[in-house]
Design a protein around this ligand. Structure first.
Ligand code: SAH
Length: 841
């Protein structure tokens, strides 16, 4: 460092190239009087990479503490008594011998005069810092640091400390925070007092004369005391001229917002007011931008933290009998008044957010095996452990475990930033009871825009105007887990009184979105907005007012910051939201089932079929009609059976591709005796002669996807032309839906929701009661000389409403030779035969 400082003050350095530090040196030579050629200590550490890394070697915490770096520079310079004059009281260095006049004269001193917009953050004696725009008037030949120092009431630039660069202005110019070197209180002269983040108010006032500047500190990630200026101005490697960009209030608040996890999320959704960081990662629908894992990386980079370290562990899947827990009825969330716990209805999401809201100690089944993931965050410089987050929950998918662990860490960090980007009135997690209460207090339905006729229902009208004294009965008609699509706009509104006097309605649009999709129930939207939306019908408009969120958030979003600011300073009544519900997609069948059934209903179905297949020992061929992604075929690859040939048929190329990939990866691992595996692309309504005389046929959760008459046709074709010894058919039991629908997860009280949405999936064309299924199967069995028995999985067959998934097992009573039809409409998509070793064809 000593050598480097000596070089920095050499003739050679001054006249060479465009080193930013060189430009600073030149600027100090333009100063008059005693400050001529006096170089602020702070810039040497801040603008020379070699000095900076030298300081880091001595002590890695210089990153957080610019004053420490300055003290090292001073110590090093003190060893150069022949060359350099150290002035500790003015925190600057100067060359002992003046530069040769020829060099100084050769310097280009004619910079232009510029005006730069910056932001002034004034520490208030009590309460929040005040943020105002400020103009830096840098006239030709003036050193810009002196201009900044003067604005802060300091004598000159050497009294400044300069933060690291942090956020960028819209045109990509990096900002720094400038503030005064804090003065220590006379009572505490220990150098350690510098750069220590105050643990509490008292601690802070005991070390420094000036208060800690929370806004400036959180913006740049270093400790700033006293008033500060945020500016994008300085020298670069490109030229000797000063470069600059305006830091407007808006860009400052956007930078601040982008520093917090919640803010990063808000930006990624382009919905600063409407969106909030979800508390659970369920599907990708809430993540148009980076997923939690990537967001955590972005956040760590910004905060000078090391890349997050994830650790995955798995737990073996327990035998069915052990994991199969009796289904416990979920409480109807409506009967739930004001219990102040958090709801997260998706099993696998965990911890504090996952206490199911219930009085009777009923609980959701929770995964007891699968993937579990923890995450550790270390500081970059010191490798100190900053956060060790090890959620206890298991997830079925590894990627979900990772995303949820990242999200936990983000939420934790987010709580540190809450004052800027969260409305303190809005809890991060909530129950419906809690929301209703908040709704009454803060949200006022002002009336509705004309809604489309189809959905106009008298029952809904009572919500038209809300009587604030009466506790309204609000019904969430859109269940959690649904995907809703809305368009909305948010404006700042000034109190009615105020309009009265001026005769003008003051309102400023600050955010709008033509179409945004989100999943209900995971906190990805502002709770007010979500609460209103989930009570709407498709096509309907709503308008409501909430109280103001943090000013910074509004300004970060405003189109005309000055105007919005003046509105806010008046009698801002709140934010007015206008929402239009464009569409709703119900929670997917799979998601609902994964909450109710452990193991998943689909796994139980496959398990049931495999058991029957194993028992029928003389069978050698099997066809799975509507094999989908091959879940049954997969299980048959894993267990030894008498089967030699298995065939899957489906009309979905995508599903077949997944099935092929899965089978291919499992082929040589299993204990099966299989000789041939084949996948056909075709409709099971058509017969293919290659399926003639097959021993076993299965058709799990497929018939409900066709029209009812087609389901009869399918049964007839199979039993007439394939004539398997055993046919297993499963389909949802419609009667069981009332249990699924009772939970808030699948809550649909709104009569306007069409019949079809009462089914478990919008892809189902019908769902049969036990009697309807019985009629279908018995009729088929009788006319084709089969016996049929009924069973099922999920729930119990003995009590109403029966199994969740009903199963008919057809057994051939006699073998009768049928006429062979020669038709081969199916297309072979993938095939494997065990020949010459284990070669695939
Ligand atoms: N049996 C699988 C998949 C059930 S999903 C399982 O239990 O996991 C229903 C499947 O039936 C879908 O993959 C769909 O493409 C398929 N399917 C629906 N109608 C069909 C038809 N007419 N012919 C063939 N496959 C059909």
């Amino acid at each position: 460092m000593v050598e480097r400082i000596k070089y920095i003050f050499s003739d050679e350095f001054l006249s060479s190239g465009h080193h930013p530090l060189g430009s600073h040196l030149r600027a100090t030579l333009l100063r008059d009087g005693e400050r001529h050629g006096s170089v602020p200590l702070s810039i040497i550490a801040a603008f020379d990479a070699k000095i900076n890394s030298g300081c880091k070697v001595i002590n890695p915490s210089v990153d957080q503490d610019p004053i420490l770096a300055m003290s090292y520079v001073m110590k090093a310079a003190a060893k150069l008594t022949d060359y350099i004059v150290v002035s500790p009281h003015v925190a600057s260095l100067r060359r002992k011998n003046p530069y040769p006049p020829a060099i100084v004269e050769a310097l280009d001193t004619h910079g232009e005069s510029i005006k730069v917009e910056a932001v002034y953050i004034q520490c208030a004696t009590s309460g929040e810092e005040v943020v105002d725009p400020v103009i830096l008037d840098i006239s030709s030949g003036r050193y810009y640091l002196d201009v900044i120092a003067e604005k802060l009431g300091l004598k000159d630039g050497s009294q400044l400390i300069i933060s690291r660069t942090f956020g960028k202005t819209p045109s990509g110019f990096e900002c720094r925070v400038y503030s005064a070197i804090p003065k220590l209180n006379p009572s505490d002269k220990s150098s350690k007092a510098y750069g220590k983040r105050p643990a509490d108010e008292e601690d802070q006032s005991s070390h420094f004369k000036t208060p800690w500047n929370a806004k400036a500190s959180s913006a740049c990630g270093q400790d700033i005391h006293g008033d500060a200026i945020v500016a994008a101005v300085g020298y670069s490697w490109r030229s000797n001229d000063i470069e600059h960009d305006d830091v407007t209030l808006k860009s400052f608040y956007r930078i601040c917002c982008g520093m917090s996890p919640n803010g990063i999320y808000k930006f990624s959704r382009q919905a600063l007011i409407a969106a909030t960081l979800p508390f659970s990662f369920t599907t990708k629908s809430n993540w148009r931008g980076p997923l939690p894992r990537e967001m955590l990386s972005i956040f760590c980079r910004q905060q000078q933290l090391a890349e997050p370290v994830f650790t995955i562990s798995t737990s073996p899947v327990k035998p069915l009998s052990e994991t199969l827990r009796s289904f416990k009825k979920l409480k109807d969330s409506e009967s739930n008044d004001g219990n102040n716990q958090c709801v997260n209805e998706y099993a696998g999401s965990d911890d504090s957010f996952n206490h199911y809201n219930s009085k009777d100690e009923e609980e959701l089944p929770v995964l007891e095996s699968g993937y579990r993931c923890g995450v550790k965050i270390l500081s970059k410089s010191l490798q100190d452990l900053v956060l060790d987050c090890s959620p206890g929950s298991f997830y079925e998918k590894e990627s979900h475990a990772i995303q949820n662990a990242a999200l936990k860490a983000l939420t934790w960090f987010g709580s540190l930033f809450d004052d800027l980007d969260a409305d303190p009135e809005q809890p991060r997690c909530y129950t419906k009871g809690e929301l209703n209460w908040m709704f009454t207090r803060n949200v006022m339905i002002k009336g509705k825009f004309p809604s489309s006729k189809r959905y106009e229902e008298p029952a809904y009208d009572e919500s038209k105007t809300m009587d604030m004294d009466r506790k309204p009965k609000r019904v969430q008609t859109i269940p959690n887990g649904s995907l809703v699509s809305i368009s909305y706009s948010v404006s700042v509104e000034v109190e009615a009184d105020f309009w009265g006097r001026t005769g003008k309605c003051l309102r400023e649009l600050i955010e709008s979105n033509e179409e945004i999709e989100f999943e209900v129930g995971v906190g990805s939207m502002n709770p007010h907005l979500e609460s209103v939306v989930t009570q709407m019908s498709v096509g309907q408009y709503a308008c409501f007012i909430t109280n103001m969120p943090a000013e910074g958030l509004v300004l970060a979003d405003a189109n005309d910051t000055a105007r919005t600011r003046s509105l806010l300073s008046k009698l801002a009544a709140g934010l007015e939201y206008n929402v239009h519900l464009l569409g709703v997609k119900g929670p997917t069948e799979k998601r609902v089932e994964s909450v109710f059934f452990k193991p998943q209903l689909s796994k139980q179905r496959v398990g049931y079929a495999v058991k029957l297949i194993k028992e029928s020992s003389a069978a050698s061929t099997l066809v799975d009609f509507g094999c989908g992604s091959g879940s049954l075929l997969e299980s048959l690859l894993e267990v030894p059976t008498s089967l030699q040939t298995i065939v899957g048929v489906d009309i979905s190329e995508k599903a077949l591709a997944r099935a092929a990939k899965m089978v291919d990866s499992k082929l040589n691992k299993g204990a099966c005796n299989l000789k041939t595996i084949r996948l056909y692309d075709g409709s099971i309504l058509e017969f293919d002669s290659r399926l003639h005389g097959i021993d076993i046929a299965t058709c799990l959760e497929v018939i409900e996807r066709m029209e009812e008459d087609e389901a009869f046709q399918f049964g007839k074709t199979v039993l007439t032309l394939s004539r398997p010894k055993l046919l297993i058919v499963s389909t949802p039991n419609y009667e069981y839906n009332k249990i699924l629908h009772k939970s808030s997860l699948y809550h649909s009280k709104d009569k306007s929701i069409s019949q079809r949405s009462k089914f478990r999936s919008h892809e189902h064309k019908f769902e049969w009661t036990r009697a309807q299924f019985n009629h279908w199967a018995s009729k088929l069995a009788k006319s084709h000389n089969y016996s049929v028995e009924f069973s099922g999985v999920g729930g119990s067959g003995n009590v109403d409403p029966g199994f969740a998934s009903q199963i008919a097992v057809f057994k051939r009573k006699s073998f009768t030779e049928v006429k062979k039809v020669s038709t081969q409409p199916y297309k072979v998509i993938w095939e494997w035969t065990r020949a010459q070793g284990d070669k695939k064809n």
